[in-house]
Design a protein around this ligand. Structure first.
Ligand SMILES: [Zn+2]
Length: 472
């Protein structure tokens, strides 16, 4: 139950926009899009806040090390804010392709510096924050005397300490678990703001505490994010918010599980992490071909958000088939002829769809029920079963509401355009190849043929001209 029905406040940690959005993040945002859509469908008035981290996120998620934006800006020879703009636009484009609804508010860290400074001041006043040489830290040890710091991750202090380094004599921190609320800017640091403690920038965790409290209140209903955020980011958010506002900030914490590829944990360093665009185009060594955004969305929803999601060509291809079957059934549904009575219990099917979603947004069970609906549609179409007029209306409602409104799937309307586009592009490529051959530029003509072969497209020269074929 929400704190103030029919209103629901939901905060989800958004992307750090210094690079292309990775697939794990996309899974998180697609999962919360499903939750947002279903809560809206169920009649709640949801304020969905998803932030953009555009400052303050240091490498390795720690308080020292280089700033992710500054580093990338140097690498790409751009201003840090150009990096932010570039990857924010890229992120929004990917979200649009996945048909996720935009959040109600998308606040940025740089747009809320004063709120973060105010919060830091309050934490110092409460006795749980201290300044040391221009940087402000949160005193975890003092906080832990009255609160259970590792409660969210279910870890004891000793376990949390294992991931930290020993403090040296020069250290500004009092305790190893202390984390920065405000960080003193070194002279070379470009993104900096004035504060009571000198020029600096906010720590990464404080932005979410400040922005969630500003837009959703000091206690709100749902806070989401990836599972990797539990042990540090979300644990620190709770500590900061409690020190500042003296109450539990969140009623329900919801975390999405990690991704694997062929059973191995996906990571950039292991080289088995796909970017969304690589998945759509098939341009990755582990992918035999590309998969459409709706196929990928459907594939993701076939696994519950709390379970590990494993990517493989076989699983994606199975999802693609399933998605096409589902969409075809929806088309068939429009031409079904009703009879006097139904041979299947459509009302209980509808109930089961709601039960699945009411049970922690269990999309795989919902999909299983929808496939029972697909079976019924096809049986009625084949004349093996019958359906009454009123049940047919209910079945249409089930498909339209759950497939489109709740799961956010779409008929892939671009399929025919894509075919047209592919045809035109292939004609152009073949023309260039033939011109090269005519000019005896065989290195170009061979390169075209070899590259096409790599993409499983074979070309044949016949007496009528050049034809091409895509291997299935
Ligand atoms: Zn956050």
């Amino acid at each position: 139950m929400p704190l103030n029905p029919p209103f629901v406040g939901m905060y989800v940690c958004g992307p750090t926009v210094y690079d292309d959005v990775h697939l794990g993040n996309c899974r998180t945002f697609i999962s919360f899009d499903l939750i947002y859509r279903y809560l809206n469908h169920a009649g709640y008035k949801v304020r969905y806040v998803r932030n953009i981290t555009d400052a303050g996120h240091l490498e390795g998620d720690r308080d020292e090390g280089s700033d992710k934006f500054a580093k990338k800006a140097k690498l790409e020879q751009l201003e840090p804010m150009e990096i932010v703009q570039k990857y924010t636009l890229g992120f929004h484009e990917v979200m649009r392709l996945f048909n996720t609804r935009p959040p109600s508010i998308e606040p940025t860290a740089t747009g809320h510096i004063s709120e973060q400074i105010e919060m830091t001041k309050k934490i110092i006043e409460s006795g749980l924050g201290y300044e040391s040489n221009g940087t402000v830290y949160f005193n975890v040890e003092k906080y832990s005397t009255k609160n259970n710091y590792g409660a969210l991750s279910n870890r004891k202090q000793e376990e949390l300490l294992e991931g930290t380094r020993e403090l040296g004599g020069q250290d500004e921190k009092k305790g190893r678990l202390d984390f920065a609320l405000w960080i003193k800017a070194k002279p070379e640091h470009i993104m900096r703001w004035p504060s009571p403690w000198g020029w600096g920038f906010p720590g990464w965790h404080i932005e979410c505490s400040a922005m969630s409290a500003k837009y959703l209140g000091t206690t709100f209903d749902i806070h989401g994010g990836g599972m990797d955020l539990i042990a540090t980011h979300h644990t620190n958010e709770i500590a900061q918010s409690q020190a500042c506002n003296h109450c539990e900030p969140v009623k329900y914490w919801m975390h999405t599980n990690m991704l694997t590829a062929n059973g191995v944990r996906m990571s950039k360093s292991a080289g088995n992490g796909f970017l969304p665009m690589e998945l759509f185009t098939g341009r990755h060594t582990l992918l035999t071909r590309g998969y459409s955004p709706m196929t990928v969305r459907f594939f993701m929803l076939q696994t519950h958000y709390r379970s590990t999601l494993d990517f493989s060509n076989e699983a994606l291809q199975a999802s693609e088939k399933g998605f096409v079957r589902l969409m075809n059934a929806i088309k068939t549904l429009e031409i079904l002829k009703p009879s006097d009575k139904s041979t299947s219990d459509i009302k209980s099917l509808e109930l089961k769809c709601y039960e699945a979603m009411n049970d922690d947004f269990n999309s795989p069970i919902l999909i299983a029920n929808l496939f029972e609906g697909v079976r019924i549609v096809n049986s009625v179409n084949d004349g093996k079963e019958t359906i009454s007029k009123s049940d047919l209306e209910v079945l249409k409602k089930i498909f339209h509401e759950f497939v489109f409104a709740v799961m956010g799937l779409q008929q892939e309307q671009n399929a025919t355009n894509n075919d047209e586009l592919t045809k035109n592009l292939m004609n152009l490529i073949i023309e260039i190849r033939n011109e090269a051959k005519a000019k005896k530029d065989f290195s170009t003509s061979d390169k075209i043929r070899d590259e096409l072969t790599k993409s499983k497209i074979s070309i044949k020269d016949t007496k009528y001209g050049t034809t091409w074929e895509k291997e299935k």
